[in-house]
Design a binder for this molecule. Structure first.
Ligand code: AQP
Length: 321
């Protein structure tokens, strides 16, 4: 089994990314697993090149600082040539209708002027990411499931039309648990690209800023904590965050606090302590650009080498190269 997943530098890494994905990637630790910073996926809408480059480097540092072994990470654009070639092969295996059916494309393109062609084709690039590395298990949220289904369909079609090259991947549900919600608007999930970041805790936020964001967290008209996710989403979010950080359950945590103020302070403390080593190690790595560059180059070389035989077989079988 080979698990494969990525994170897009569409903003700075936030608490939800860490609790819901990165910390679990670090804990899973399969010998063949691979994780990547999907910077090419952050170009499907208007973007700032310098900002994107900076965030990609930062994210690579966060992944390593979180405990994912350096040899299991790479940055997607370092494989731009291999992925560009494989994306083309897969585009020649995919129909226009299949791409245009993607729900995310329909939703994101709706009412937008000047939609980039890449918004339509990026699921094919995602298929190339997955198939190049021979991934068997791709942990994704519900919103990305359809894209993994496309990768499955393309792998099957290529294999049966031209010859067996690709492992047919499957989408796997991420571990049950934290779906961290925005502290200022608990009806929506915490997201790195949310315009108003008042309710978004970033992994590199200073501890005092984290505390302020928790103090301002939106709750409800009650005053004593209880775990009722439907009726009281703000308090439920605080309880879930505190429970994940302290290895307990939300109802258990709820019984320990008599006021919202005490709960907010406890959640802030737990998050600050959870993020402290990650933040410190990330800042150290960012201060040592030479080391980071060395890690990045080695990761890119390994990932490229790992996919090389699949790309050359695919090119040969399709009648090119
Ligand atoms: N709020 C969240 N709670 C739990 N898990 C989360 N993830 C994201 N937000 C939460 C998980 O983080 C991983 C990497 O996310 P991504 O970069 O692939 O894109 P995303 O899910 O769209 O993350 P964001 O932060 O919400 O980014 P933007 O603002 O660009 O849309 C994934 O495994 C995701 O499930």
């Amino acid at each position: 089994m080979m698990r494969f997943s990525g994170i897009t530098p569409s903003g700075h890494t936030q608490l939800g990314n860490y609790l819901g994905a990165i910390s679990r990637w670090a804990a899973d630790g399969g010998a063949e697993d691979l994780y990547f910073v999907s910077d090419l996926h952050a170009m499907t809408t208007t973007h700032n090149p310098a900002g994107l480059r900076g965030r990609a480097t930062e994210m690579l540092a966060v992944l390593i600082a979180s405990g994912i072994p350096a040899e299991r990470v790479f940055v997607q654009s370092d494989l731009a040539r291999e992925l560009g070639a494989l994306t083309w092969i897969l585009e020649c295996t995919c129909s226009y209708g299949e791409a245009a059916r993607m729900i995310q494309f329909k939703e994101k393109a709706k009412g937008q002027a000047g939609v980039r062609l890449s918004l339509l084709t990026y699921p094919v690039l995602m298929a190339a990411d997955i198939l190049l590395q021979g991934a068997s298990d791709v942990p994704v949220g519900e919103d990305q499931r359809q894209h993994v289904e496309l990768a499955r369909a393309l792998a099957r079609r290529f294999n049966s039309t031209y010859g067996e090259v690709f492992t047919v991947p499957r989408a796997v549900l991420p571990h049950a648990g934290a779906r961290v919600r925005d502290l200022a608007d608990p009806t929506r999930k915490m997201s790195k690209s949310t315009r108003d970041s008042a309710g978004v805790v970033f992994v590199l936020d200073e501890p005092e800023l984290v505390r302020r964001k928790f103090r301002k967290a939106v709750t409800d008209g009650e005053s004593v904590p209880a775990y009722q996710p439907e009726e009281r989403p703000g308090v439920a979010n605080l309880l879930e965050i505190l429970a994940v950080c302290t290895g307990t359950t939300p109802p258990e945590v709820a019984g320990q606090y008599r006021s919202y103020g005490a709960l907010k302070d406890a959640a802030a403390d737990a998050v600050i302590e959870t993020l402290r080593p990650v933040r410190e190690r990330t800042l150290e790595l960012l201060d040592d650009q030479e080391e980071l560059t060395r890690i990045r180059k080695a990761g890119a070389a390994r990932a490229a080498e790992r996919g090389e035989h699949r790309l050359s077989s695919a090119l040969r079988l399709i009648g090119a190269g």
